[in-house]
Design a protein around this ligand. Structure first.
Ligand code: AMP
Length: 296
């Protein structure tokens, strides 16, 4: 595995691979790898001839009061993991080579960034879109793998790829969870032992609503209230930043569930902000898939 720290090096290598007819998969990350990142790398490895993993804690997507300085970093451990997962290149640039001091060009999707995480993290998705576009262009990626964990992110990236006619296929990887259901995140390291023990209640609330939805509850107000009551009872120390049901593609809030729907939340456990989401009506769709499969 080659390690590149300058964008020109990555571009030159990827150009050479493409000239030899090789396809390229890109996995953009901010590092401090866990099994969620590893699953993205495994998927990328299968998709293309060459796997490029980028590791960049992107300052442009952090707000002034956010955790840019304290975000966990361990390049040595991360590069060993990327190598073990079969990456051909790890791109780990310094911020100064990714952003000129007078950087002035930004990519954004303001309507899609208006709700969910974007409502509480102004400028976050502008930073995400800009860095992801730069990475896609540098790698000339045929595929890029993103996790369902950050649903709004992958949706905005899909819109960006369509709107700007980028030649990259965006591939979605399912959320990897700890055995107790907590969605894996580099930020889970911020949790104290007590907070960590309680954190699976985030997902338990979402699952409760998913069960109610699959049993026929289609009213979003009732589903939300069910979760809020559960958290108020079982998890009173949690602070809910948002809890929303949206159309998975447009990210528009829904009032009734009559098709695909995404239930997403951000919850503070102590000082740690945890996000999670679940697609509703999975059961209905599974049943539909099963019966169409049986009918074939
Ligand atoms: P990050 O390093 O947190 O920016 O995440 C890099 C990529 O890994 C993003 O596409 C995330 O959605 C994805 N990711 C993060 N956590 C998980 C997880 N628990 N399961 C699957 N993918 C994840």
């Amino acid at each position: 595995m080659q390690i590149f720290t300058h964008p020109d090096e990555l571009r030159a290598q990827c150009r050479a691979w493409r000239a030899n007819g090789k396809t390229i998969a890109l996995v953009p990350t901010m590092g401090y790898y866990h099994a969620g990142h590893e699953s993205l790398m495994e998927q990328g490895r299968k998709l293309a001839d060459r796997l490029v993993v980028s590791l960049f804690v992107n300052p442009a997507q952090f707000g002034p009061d956010e955790d840019l300085a304290s975000y966990p970093r361990d390049l040595e451990r991360d590069s060993a993991i990327a190598r073990a997962k079969g990456a051909d290149a790890l791109f780990a640039p310094a911020p100064s080579v990714m952003y000129a001091p007078d950087h002035s060009t930004w990519v954004e999707a303001p309507e899609l960034a208006a709700g969910l995480c974007g409502a509480f993290r102004p400028g976050h998705f502008r930073g995400v879109c800009t860095i992801v576009l730069k990475l896609l262009l540098l790698a000339g990626a045929d595929f890029a793998v993103f996790g369902q964990k950050d649903w709004q992110q992958q949706t905005i990236i899909r819109h960006m790829v369509r709107d700007l006619n980028l030649p990259t296929e965006i591939v979605l990887a399912p959320i990897v969870r700890e055995p107790d259901g907590l969605a894996m995140s580099s930020r889970n390291t911020y949790l104290s032992a007590d907070e960590r023990a309680r954190a699976p209640l985030v997902q338990q609330g979402l699952r409760l609503a998913a069960t109610l939805a699959s049993e026929g509850q289609k009213d979003v107000g009732a589903l939300r209230q069910g979760i809020l009551d559960f958290w108020a009872r079982e998890f009173p120390e949690a602070r809910v930043e948002y809890l929303s049901v949206v159309d998975p593609w447009s990210l528009e809030p829904l009032v009734k569930i009559s098709g695909p729907a995404l239930l997403a939340c951000a919850v503070y456990v102590g000082k740690t902000r945890l996000i999670d989401n679940i697609l509703l009506e999975e059961k209905c769709r599974r049943e539909a898939n099963t019966s169409s499969h049986q009918n074939q």
